[in-house]
Design a protein around this ligand. Structure first.
Ligand code: NDP
Length: 488
């Protein structure tokens, strides 16, 4: 046998950069509001910049909608509702939704890159999760448009009217799809307010509506900050408000709608428990913990942000988790090797850093990986806390970042007690090889979605939503049609 002379000493075993190109499209320098099928400037002429959180550079100037613009958008939606959309057959409406779905697929590469530039999420996620799922939501709801008569047996479904929809910055285009697809399929028209830090894909979606020939005014998009959202909620011309975002803003919206007949659905925060039993496949469970908390930088309402691990396997799980976390690549969202991208905004980065301090001040022990992070932009290394108590703020409050709180338990009952002991009830996870245990846990946790031996899986046909301070109403599936129809 010949001896090889190859030395591996000092070799760099890291990945070479694999950046996705951003040369195949051009963003406009400015974007107007999308009202009545046209892009128009804000009445006040005011604009704000949308920033790439990975390098702090402005991507485009965005129109800042005031009350008068909101009024115009709601009126455009009302006219389109009365004159065109409510009268159109479900079969015809469905054709538009199919067209939108196909154009999203055709423009998928552009949409994925813009999503990653505007919001900071890794291109692998926007390319493989956000954009395909957004298209899937339109395909799915296109199928319902002419079958609403079968969705609610014995009842006849009719549209509600004009829906005001407010969405957050964590899944910008996907949230457009979750909100707009069921509303349009059921015969309603929409005024959408995307988040201030991630308006671009909603505006590209407006272009897609134009390209699909969607009748003017059926979809309207008003950009701006929280005050634009508040003006939309206050507008008396709305029949329905759908909101996804923080619990605090959700409560403010609920108060502002008190005494009005406007219908409301709220999809708010979460603090999900991911429960690992000693009989689980540990390596798979560790991968599930990683996916549960580090997917989309932890900016996920249903993130598995609390790990509950059975005491007998706690040490091995924590050691394996540390080792796995050290391999996570934090950096350029457009690099195909990146696992964790940029934190969405400076404000959110500061909020997460505050929580890291709060956790340590409360007496918990912080572990952070040692990976390099770029100098410019907003970054948080993957982190977890051990030695946490149930009463700690980092266990009770939604951090919305790549920060996990680890607790142990001895019995199934103790796991359930801890899992349910937060104000939230959105999601949960269970890892075990015993089917009976899965059923006990899923029955015992008060949450809208519970994953077994997996985490963060989404499908348009599966309803999503919460209990307690996680909000009410469901999105997706047949249940998700209900908030957008009147039954008689
Ligand atoms: P918000 O709840 O403030 O934002 C969600 C959407 O509501 C955005 O479009 C926002 O506009 C809009 N909005 C803000 N204030 C009002 C208002 N008074 N009336 C109507 N609409 C309003 O979330 P933040 O961006 O401030 O994030 C804060 C925290 O909220 C995060 O740290 C996280 O914990 C949580 N969060 C939870 C989400 C979830 O899905 N569970 C999603 C987003 C945030 P604008 O962006 O322009 O301010």
């Amino acid at each position: 046998m010949t001896e090889t002379n190859i030395s591996t000493k000092g070799s760099d075993w890291g990945y070479a950069p694999a950046p996705e190109s951003a040369d195949h499209f051009k963003l406009n320098e400015q974007y107007g509001l999308f009202i009545g099928g046209k892009f128009v400037p804000a009445g006040s002429g005011k604009r704000f910049a949308t920033i790439n959180p990975a390098n702090e550079k402005a991507l485009a100037q965005i129109a800042d909608a005031g009350e008068k613009d909101v009024d115009k958008a709601v009126k455009a939606a009302r006219t389109a509702y009365e004159k065109v959309w409510r009268k159109m057959s479900g079969r015809e409406r469905g054709k538009y939704l199919y067209r939108i779905a196909r154009i999203i697929q055709e423009r998928a590469r552009e949409l994925a890159v813009v999503e990653s530039m505007d919001g900071g999420k890794p291109i692998r996620e926007s390319r493989d999760v956000d954009i395909p799922l957004a298209a899937a939501h339109f395909f799915y709801h296109a199928g319902w448009a002419d079958k609403l008569g079968y969705a609610f047996p014995g009842k006849s479904a009719s549209p509600i009217g004009v829906a005001g929809q407010i969405i957050p910055w964590n899944f910008p285009l996907l949230m457009v799809a979750w909100k707009v697809a069921p509303a349009l399929a059921c015969g309603n028209t929409v005024v959408l307010k995307p988040a201030e830090t991630t308006p671009l894909t909603a505006l590209l979606f407006a272009e897609i509506c134009q390209e699909a020939g969607l009748p003017d005014g059926v979809f309207n998009c008003i950009t701006g900050a929280g005050s634009t959202g508040a003006a939309l909620v206050k507008h008396p011309g709305l029949d329905k408000v759908a909101f996804t975002g923080s619990t605090d803003v959700g409560k403010a919206i609920q108060k502002s709608l008190a005494g009005r007949s406007t219908k409301l659905t709220l999809e708010l925060g979460g603090k999900a428990a991911n429960i690992i039993f000693e009989d689980a496949a540990i390596d798979q469970a560790v991968e599930g913990i990683i996916n549960g908390i580090f997917f989309n930088q932890g900016h996920v309402c249903c993130a598995g942000s609390r790990l509950l691990v059975q005491e007998s396997v706690e040490q091995v799980v924590v050691e394996k988790l540390k080792a796995r976390m050290e391999h996570l690549i934090v950096g350029d969202p457009l690099d195909k090797n990146t696992d964790i991208g940029a934190i969405n905004s400076k404000a959110q980065c500061e909020r997460i850093r505050d929580y890291l301090k709060v956790g340590q001040d409360e007496g918990a022990e912080l572990f952070q990986t040692k990976c390099p992070v770029p100098e410019k932009g907003y970054w948080i290394r993957p982190s977890f806390f051990t030695k946490v108590a149930q009463s700690h703020r980092i266990v009770q409050e939604e951090i919305f970042g790549p920060v996990l709180a680890i607790q142990s338990f001895r019995t199934l009952d103790e796991a359930l007690e801890k899992a349910n002991n937060t104000p939230y009830g959105l999601s949960g996870g269970v890892w075990t090889d015993k089917g009976a245990k899965i059923f006990k846990v899923t029955r015992g946790i008060k949450a809208g979605v519970i994953w077994a031996n997996t985490f963060n899986k989404f499908d348009p046909s599966s309803p999503f939503g919460g209990y307690k301070e996680s909000g009410y109403g469901r999105e997706g599936g047949r249940h998700g049609l209900r908030p957008y129809v009147e039954l008689s």
